[in-house]
Design a protein around this ligand. Structure first.
Ligand SMILES: N[C@@H](CCC(=O)N[C@@H](CS)C(=O)NCC(=O)O)C(=O)O
Length: 219
């Protein structure tokens, strides 16, 4: 069986799946697909026209498709149970899935629409970045989630179960997009969150993606 991930490196959801695979030692190929200029027939395998999509290719050439980063990670964790990144104990599992949901909805949309699109996507499209919008997001929209996460991480090394889980991967991936735009949570106001994010982004699994992406954006 072979895996291919369809999507673009700069998507926080694609990075989430890539880091998940790296942490589990799962091999895959990345096939560049932009949701804004998708290949023909893309909506048949991704009805919401979103990336990532996991292509599962059987040895006989049969292909199956799974869209959505959360669905893909849940599938891979069951297919490759040796190093679980989604906890099995009911409460820890619930907590980890909550952080994943919180990151995928609140963080990804605030950072994505409020910072990454107005700054990085604008630059990539040859437009002037809208720094006012980014600063407004940083000052008015993000303090609440930052304060929530600061309290949740506290003095723990990881968000759940004292080890790396999907909660940490999903949370950190959106902050990578923010960092690519030159923004970080204020270290003085959110010291625990800042230290935690630094630890997470220093993991080889995140570093491998970040290095590739920096080359793409010339950073
Ligand atoms: N819940 C989805 C969200 C995926 C998502 O929103 N991907 C973005 C790229 S970062 C996308 O494809 N956007 C295109 C669109 O919404 O039309 C997941 O976890 O995979």
């Amino acid at each position: 069986m072979k895996y291919r991930i369809l999507g673009s490196q700069m998507s926080p959801f694609v990075r989430k799946v890539r880091v998940f695979c790296a942490e589990k030692g799962i091999e895959y190929e990345l096939e560049p697909v932009s949701p804004f200029d998708p290949p023909e027939g893309f909506t048949e395998i991704s009805p919401l026209k979103r990336i990532p999509v996991l292509v599962i290719e059987d040895d006989d050439g049969t292909r199956r498709y799974l869209p959505d980063s959360s669905v893909i990670c849940a599938f891979l964790d069951q297919m490759h149970p040796e190093h679980r990144l989604i906890p099995e104990a009911p409460l820890a599992r619930g907590e980890a899935l909550w952080f994943e949901e919180y990151a995928d909805s609140e963080l990804a949309s605030s950072i994505g629409f409020g910072i990454f699109r107005p700054v990085m996507v604008a630059r990539m499209q040859g437009q002037e970045p809208d720094m006012d919008k980014a600063h407004d997001t940083l000052e008015n929209r993000l303090p609440r989630p930052f304060t929530y996460l600061e309290g949740q991480i506290g003095d723990k090394p990881f968000l759940v179960e004292g080890r790396l889980t999907i909660a940490d991967i999903a949370t950190t991936t959106s902050f990578v997009n923010m960092q690519h735009c030159g923004f970080e949570p204020d270290e003085k106001r959110w010291p625990r969150l800042s230290a935690y994010l630094k630890r997470m982004m220093d993991l080889p699994s995140f570093q491998a993606c970040i290095a590739e992406e920096r080359k793409m954006i010339g950073g």
